[in-house]
Design a protein around this ligand. Structure first.
Ligand code: UTP
Length: 273
């Protein structure tokens, strides 16, 4: 059973400046709910109730969000506004939250390694909250947790992207095992279009086995002078230990302004205000 989910949330969010100058990107709301709350809901649905968050400077709002606000709750008790806090209260009651700080932003791989202290030696989920996913039947992380029961190795969520977009992602080459499931043979971080091994791009959902920490410790900075999780995963992949999973559902790249607007429209259309 996977119990822990790691949320790397220390990045600067430069694509959203100036909004992210003093506010964490993960707290940007899609309609009235912060991105990271959607993420924690998805983790909980997958059975992962130990939430481990890697934060950095200027990210305190995340900790406050997953805490009780006595004054506010006292003020609105007994009014129709109380209902608006019901979802976040449930998360606070059902999950435990722990935090560690990444002191220098040295890339996603380094952020995941920073989380080792919260995870220990067990397999775990990783969720990048700025990739907001709506699963078709179940959430994407739950779909992946089920697959983990079958394969017992690291799993990356992938989706087909247009060739013009491959340079933004880690891209895999794999052998198809079942429809939508591939054994990863190679992966390249942000390849040029002509160097991309396929159009299957890794998105912000992973299940990782804990040996990834040992690999990350030895992984030198790669593309962009950052420690890349793709480079560490490639070592597992060479031993046949990484599965790529084409999830059922829809992803919104809320780290970009276009994806953020699209998600806002999509989730607003589902609300009855
Ligand atoms: P991004 O590549 O989206 O970077 O990181 P970013 O800083 O958040 O955003 P931009 O590109 O400047 O607009 C992917 C994920 O990895 C985390 C981010 O918080 C995000 O969830 N991350 C990245 C870290 O936690 N630490 C890092 O050093 C880098």
């Amino acid at each position: 059973m996977l119990k822990k989910c790691l949320f790397p949330a220390a990045g600067y969010g430069t694509r959203f400046l100036p909004a992210t100058k003093a506010m964490p990107k993960e707290m940007l709301p899609i309609v009235n709910k912060p991105l990271i709350q959607y993420g924690v809901e998805e983790a909980l649905e997958a059975g992962m109730d130990r939430i481990a968050i890697v934060t950095g400077r200027g990210k305190r709002a995340i900790e406050d969000h997953f805490d009780i606000s006595y004054e506010l709750e006292h003020q609105i008790r007994g009014t129709d506004k109380e209902e608006r806090l019901a979802d976040i209260r449930r998360l606070i009651d059902e999950c435990t939250f722990s935090y560690t700080r990444q002191l220098e932003m040295r890339g996603l791989g380094h952020a995941i390694l920073t989380g080792e202290t919260l995870i220990g030696r067990e397999p775990f989920g990783v969720l990048l909250a700025d990739d907001l996913c709506e699963g078709e039947d179940h959430g994407v992380l739950k779909q992946m947790a089920r697959l983990y029961e079958q394969y017992h190795c690291s799993i990356v969520a992938v989706e087909e992207v247009p060739e013009t977009e491959v340079h933004k992602y880690g891209v895999i080459r794999g052998d198809r095992l079942e429809p939508g499931i591939h054994r990863v043979r190679d992966m390249v971080e942000k390849p040029a279009r002509e160097q991309a091994p396929s159009n299957l791009a890794i998105i912000g959902r992973y299940i990782l086995t804990p040996d990834i920490f040992d690999i990350l410790r030895k992984t030198p900075p790669g593309k962009g002078d950052e420690v890349q999780i793709t480079d560490a995963l490639l070592e597992q992949a060479k031993a046949g230990n990484v599965i790529a999973y084409q999830f059922r559902g829809q992803r919104f790249d809320c780290g970009s302004v276009g994806g953020f607007v699209e998600a806002t429209q999509h989730f607003h259309a589902q609300m009855d205000d």
